[in-house]
Design a protein around this ligand. Structure first.
Ligand SMILES: NC(=O)c1ccc[n+]([C@@H]2O[C@H](COP(=O)([O-])OP(=O)(O)OC[C@H]3O[C@@H](n4cnc5c(N)ncnc54)[C@H](OP(=O)(O)O)[C@@H]3O)[C@@H](O)[C@H]2O)c1
Length: 236
């Protein structure tokens, strides 16, 4: 999968799934730009990426900042949006403000980027949702709703943005920095338990998602699709 001479932007590329996608794209020859909120994380990530990668501080909740970011730049060939910071709890326990903030970060954040982005003809836009969109879980209804919203947005924008292609990758449990807040034991037990339950017999790593994200970039016959890269989590 060559991405030679392709300009790629990964919003949320300073860690986890976004970083995995940025790294795979850089190895495939792309010129990679990443963006996220923390300058420290962005700087550390571009150093790890090498290959002349560039990084910018950008918050997907900042409408003006997003518009300025794209106004100042040439169009990209492919854009990936993995940026999100969400709080999840049962509906009566999660304060409404946190529910709104989660939707604002993950759904509206992706929507704002999609609305402002400039993408070359033949290029692609990839959203990152999550398998709770189709596999409900008690205490995570808001997350399922956000993910389902993104998957619906994918299909609508694939029509609006054609011939730019729009797709969505929907991960299951993936070992990323998102779980750094859990104590070592709890994190290890969660991953081990999931690996035993999942039909694939393992927990995901960012590289598993990157394979699909690069397929979306390079296969000209995929648009409007959501692909579940979840170890069988949606069915298991
Ligand atoms: N890992 C999983 O098990 C899993 C499962 C299902 C779905 N997902 C979804 O996959 C996506 C990526 O998750 P991940 O595991 O890769 O998480 P992660 O390692 O925490 O990465 C999230 C990235 O988004 C950036 N970010 C967060 N809020 C942002 C904002 N408002 N504006 C710009 N950048 C922002 C973070 O950097 P800064 O802190 O610098 O902003 C970071 O680069 C998320 O949508 C998540 O819900 C993950």
């Amino acid at each position: 999968m060559s991405l030679q001479n392709q300009r790629i932007l990964v919003v949320g590329g300073s860690s986890g799934i976004g970083f995995g996608a940025a790294e795979a794209a850089a190895h495939a020859g792309a010129t990679v730009t990443i963006a996220s909120r923390s300058k420290q994380k962005v700087d550390a990530a571009i150093e790890r990426l090498g290959h002349g990668a560039e990084g910018y501080v950008l918050d997907t909740t900042d409408e003006h900042g997003i518009e300025t970011f794209f106004a100042d730049r040439q169009p990209f060939d492919h854009i990936v949006i993995s940026a999100a910071s969400t709080k999840v709890a049962a509906i009566r326990e999660l304060p409404l403000a946190d529910a709104y903030a989660s939707m604002n970060s993950k759904f509206w954040g992706a929507y704002r980027i999609a609305r402002a982005a400039k993408i070359n003809r033949g290029g692609s836009l990839t959203f990152v949702s999550g398998f709770l969109s189709i596999r409900p879980k008690k205490g995570a209804a808001i997350q399922g709703a956000i993910n389902a919203g993104l998957e619906g947005l994918t299909r609508g924008l694939a029509l609006e943005f054609a011939p730019v292609r729009v797709n969505c990758v929907s991960p299951g449990l993936v070992m990323t920095e998102m779980y750094d807040g859990l104590a070592g034991d709890a994190r290890g037990q969660m991953f081990e338990g999931a690996a035993e339950r999942l039909p694939a017999g393992l927990v995901g790593i960012p590289q598993h998602l990157a394979i699909q994200i690069l397929a979306f970039m390079t296969n000209p016959f995929i648009t409007g699709s959501t692909v579940y890269v979840d170890g069988g989590g949606a069915i298991g």
